[in-house]
Structures are given as structure tokens and as C-alpha cells.
Design a binder for this molecule. Sequence first.
Ligand SMILES: NC(=O)c1ccc[n+]([C@@H]2O[C@H](COP(=O)([O-])OP(=O)(O)OC[C@H]3O[C@@H](n4cnc5c(N)ncnc54)[C@H](OP(=O)(O)O)[C@@H]3O)[C@@H](O)[C@H]2O)c1
Length: 282
Amino acid sequence: MDSKSVILVTGANGQLGQALKKNSHTQNPIIYTDTISFDITDKAQMIGVFEEVRPTVLINTAAYTQVDQAETETELAFKLNEDGVKNLSELCVKFNCALIHISTDYVFDGKQSSPYKETDTPNPVTVYGKSKRAGEQSIFDSGLKNFAIIRTSWLYSEFGHNFYKTILRLAETKTELKVVNDQRGCPTNANELAKALLVVASKISAENSGIYHYCNEGETTWYGFAKAIFENHRHSVKVEAVSSSEFPTAARRPAYSVLDTTKIKKVFDIEIPSWKVALEKM
Ligand SMILES: NC(=O)c1ccc[n+]([C@@H]2O[C@H](COP(=O)([O-])OP(=O)(O)OC[C@H]3O[C@@H](n4cnc5c(N)ncnc54)[C@H](OP(=O)(O)O)[C@@H]3O)[C@@H](O)[C@H]2O)c1
């Protein structure tokens, strides 16, 4: 990383933001901002921060992430995930700052049965997925030359709200749990993603700008993930595999959302652990 690099992180109190704080060991200054200090919907405030901090790389983890609630809070989801990202990319153009933006496997409809590549056509079927895809598009529309859109999936960690923490909490009071076994994806330890983002931040350039997929290697179902979590914790709770129809949700989840990570590994020389190894690191 250039000795003059200054990284600005948005959404620092979120799951990935906290994972970035924990895993950043660079000599370069990293400025962590939250909703109060850097609201991505408040352009005037954002300009003030850009003028003061003069970031060279911005890592945007801020987002509207309530997948089911988004079905009824459409306006708010788009305000953050599209308009907020538009604000960020326009300011990155103006201040000559690279943008690393986090997107999602939910930009795909889940009809594929082999891992999604960056070249596969997005077709989001939920409001959340559509708003995240609109955010990706706003980066392209801004004309920004230095950017990486990093799509990830099934994030978990010791921070924030996620499946890993929820299932362990449920197991404290229950002896049997039902978990869906008909959605395939790849759990991704947010700490591993955070380390990869910092590598990308140190190497991002106009030449390697574009969309990238990052998830831990391999694939499983939520049932498979739950079983592995309990095995790791030597927990004896009984897990029953059920169909998604037993847990209707406002937003339909993609049946298959495994991401192909070949491109990010090659371009940024990143090693990605399997989801089982990444889980053992928890
Ligand atoms: N979690 C997953 O499974 C998953 C999967 C695929 C992709 N992703 C993507 O990964 C990224 C990080 O996800 P995450 O799990 O870390 O989400 P998260 O825990 O919900 O964090 C999102 C953060 O955004 C902040 N935020 C909300 N509105 C804001 C605004 N107007 N200005 C600035 N910050 C604002 C929130 O702050 P407050 O706490 O103050 O509201 C929160 O700290 C997101 O882009 C998400 O779409 C997540």
C-alpha cells in the first residue's frame, strides 16, 4: 500500500465494519465512520468529511440489510443501497478516491446450479437484491475508474446479527432445532472477508477495477452450516432438516447462491479458506 494511503470505512459499527476494525494491521491511517459521523444519504456532510480526511480508498460496508423488511420499506432500502452508493461514487470521482463497495449474492435469482461468476447476468428477485443491484449500477454510471464491487454471501462473525450467533443462542434454550436444507450457498466468515478487503484496498487500480466475488470456499445448506457450528461447539442439540416452505419469509431466498471466487484469488493473489476451516477459526 502507498505510504500516503488513507482508508475511510463506512458503517463501522456493523458486522463487517467491526470485523475490519479487528483485522486491520496496516501502518496507514484508517478512519472508521458510522451513521452519525458519515451518513451516506447526507451529501453535504460527506463532502465535509472528504475535504477533511482526503481518503484515497473508501471501503463501503454501510447498507440497508434487512432483507425481509425491505419488501415493505422499499424506499428506505433504495435510499441507502442505491442513492447512498451514488453519493459515494460521485464523491470518489470528485476527490480521486478508489471505492471498494460490498454487494451481495442476492443480485442473482438462484436458478443456477453451478457457482455464479462475475459475468453471469444478475436478476434480483427481492427488493433488497434489486436495491443492491441498483447500487452496483450507480457505480458504473458515475464513471468512477478505480473501484471494486465485491459480492459476498452468508456473512457471519462474532459481530452484529447473523445466523451463527442466532443458532447458538437458540441452542441455549432448545434441544431440537429445525433448519432449512433446500437453500445452497456459502457461509463467509466476515473476518476473512475483512482481511481480503484490506488486500484489495492495497492493490486496487484502474487496471483491475470491476466486479469480484468473495465467499469462503465450498458450499452447503443452512442445515449443513448449523450442524457444523454445533459440531465445532460440541453441542448436542438435535438438528432436523426441513424445507423452506416450513419457514415462509417475506423475501424469497435464492435456492442456490454459491459464488465463483476464481477472479478475486487470481487478480489480488488472495488465498480463501474453505467455509469449514473459516468456521473453525471462530
Ligand atoms: N450480512 C450478510 O449476510 C451479507 C451477505 C451478503 C452481502 N452483505 C453486504 O455486506 C455489507 C455489510 O453487511 P453487514 O452484515 O456488516 O451489515 P450490518 O451489520 O447491517 O451493517 C450495516 C451498517 O450500515 C450502517 N448504516 C445504515 N444506514 C447508514 C447510513 N445512512 N449512513 C452510514 N451508515 C449507515 C449501519 O449503521 P447502524 O447500525 O447505525 O444502523 C450498520 O452499521 C452490506 O453491504 C451488505 O449488503 C451482507
